[in-house]
Design a protein around this ligand. Structure first.
Ligand SMILES: C[S@@+](CC[C@H](N)C(=O)[O-])C[C@H]1O[C@@H](n2cnc3c(N)ncnc32)[C@H](O)[C@@H]1O
Length: 273
């Protein structure tokens, strides 16, 4: 039997952890990712749901979905990010994910993973999902709206999106405290490493823009909120959007966008159809 000491030793053999994942016997992986998970407002009960976790990395949210009762979770990652700075020797692909899956005792019937880009996601290849998680990945993409559309095309009910946002931070406007706090509809483009000194960051939207991107991708009921009210560090300048569909098979709307709420509790169901 694996003891806590064995488990700890095996965790320590990995050179790098992004997530802090609670394993049996009180062992926690030593990741640093600043998750403010209560602010994500993910349903406590996902019983029976199929979930797609895009940009899963070590798998914190995959295992969280399973812990909340999901019937099946597919984790997808292309491992293109790694914060743009992780040494080749410290990269382990799915090894940390597989290690946690085994330690937590999930079988491959419920917990699957696939190395692929979000741009290759499609129903023919992967099937359809009730719920999509898309955390910390949108701003790493050159084509964020295309990615949201592809995710909408495989999603029957709800998408949850977490992203860097511009409301309290803009590198072009002077940094922290110099963002766009007036509900502007815009995204900044970073052709080099302007955002976080990270070459894998491309686009960061305002919260308002993020909400409308999710709606433009085919989710007609959208709510969005900041994860930290008054951020004091760039890593806290993050926003969250939850989109749901009244018509499960809906794709991107053909009519031009009308509006989406970027304030909690102000979703306008069906208003833009
Ligand atoms: C900042 S991490 C976020 C990890 C996790 N979702 C979370 O929020 O804690 C971004 C992840 O997205 C992945 N990623 C970046 N571009 C991607 C793409 N085109 N397709 C799939 N995954 C991608 C990266 O490899 C990385 O694991």
């Amino acid at each position: 039997m694996t003891t806590a000491e064995d488990l700890k030793e095996r965790v320590a053999e990995f050179p790098y952890w992004y997530h802090r994942i609670e394993l049996p016997d009180g062992v926690v992986t030593p990741g640093w990712a600043p998750l403010n998970r209560d602010m994500y407002r993910i349903p406590a009960d996902l019983t029976g749901k199929s979930v797609l976790d895009v940009g899963a990395w070590d798998g914190y949210w995959t295992f969280e979905a399973l812990r909340r009762g999901a019937r099946r979770v597919l984790a997808v990652d292309d491992f293109s990010d790694f914060l743009s700075s992780l040494a080749e020797t410290d990269r382990r692909g799915w090894a940390t994910f597989d290690f946690c899956r085994d330690a937590l005792g999930y079988g491959q019937d419920r917990c699957q993973r696939q190395e692929m880009s979000v741009y290759d996601i499609g129903a023919e290849r992967l099937g359809r999902f009730d719920v999509v998680f898309f955390f910390g990945t949108l701003y790493h993409l050159r084509h964020p709206l295309l990615a949201l559309e592809l995710l909408s095309a495989v999603c029957d009910a709800e998408i949850f999106v977490e992203s860097a946002i511009l409301d309290d931070y803009s590198p072009y406007r002077g940094g922290l405290g110099q963002g766009y706090s007036g509900g502007q509809m815009l995204a900044e483009f970073y052709p080099d490493n302007q955002y976080g000194n990270n070459h894998s960051n491309w686009w960061v939207p305002t919260l308002h823009c993020l909400a409308h991107m999710v709606r433009a991708a085919g989710f007609d009921d959208v709510q969005a909120w900041k994860l930290t009210d008054k951020p004091t560090r760039v890593t806290q300048c993050r926003g969250f959007a939850r989109g749901s569909k009244t018509n499960p098979r809906a794709g991107p709307p053909e009519t031009p966008p009308g509006g989406a709420s970027a304030d909690p509790g102000e979703a306008r169901r069906g208003r833009h159809r």
